[in-house]
Design a protein around this ligand. Structure first.
Ligand SMILES: [Fe+2]
Length: 167
């Protein structure tokens, strides 16, 4: 049997409102209720299952590959709702988008602070762009470099993994 990503769980203060937000923003069908979850289902049948918690929410990162038309529609919603958005996962480039892999990309937050990303090209899909020193630098440099822009290292939330000698 082939392996397909099926679901992940997102902790939320208000699972219904959060699921409604994500489905609205992405232009997906209304969330379904199942057990303790409000489930947002993508076009490749992966589920993002929001679940209420009163405990700590460690922010997570979720990326969606979207079509060019969908990107434009979602980006319009971001601006219509006056949401903050960034070109990078470290949120150091506000009110900008990126063109990694010769596509378009942007980051915004859900109501819980989870970092949502939309991209029109998968990471590493543009030939040559991953070469260090290529025009625009190395897109992946935003992630995983010492002192880099891993969102979990920023803000008040406790890191998921302990990183020694963080800058
Ligand atoms: Fe990402």
């Amino acid at each position: 049997m082939a392996i397909h990503f099926n679901h992940t769980i997102l902790l939320a203060r208000d699972s219904k409102a959060s699921a409604d937000f994500l489905a609205d923003m992405l232009g997906l069908p209304a969330p379904r209720r199942w057990g303790p979850f409000y489930m947002v289902t993508t076009d490749n049948d992966a589920n993002l299952d929001y679940m209420d918690t009163e405990g700590e929410i460690v922010r997570q990162h979720y990326a969606f590959l979207v079509g060019d038309g969908e990107f434009e529609a979602i980006f319009n919603r971001i601006r219509e709702r006056d949401l903050r958005y960034w070109a990078d996962p470290g949120q150091r480039k506000p009110s900008e988008t990126n063109d990694h892999d010769s596509g378009r990309g942007v980051y915004f937050e859900d109501p819980n602070g989870h970092l949502v990303e939309i991209i029109t090209r998968p990471y590493g899909s543009a030939a040559g762009i991953r070469e260090l020193g290529a025009k625009g630098g190395e897109p992946g440099a935003d992630y995983g470099q010492p002192g880099g822009n891993i969102p979990e290292r920023r803000g008040a939330a406790a890191p998921l993994i302990s990183v020694g000698a963080a800058a």
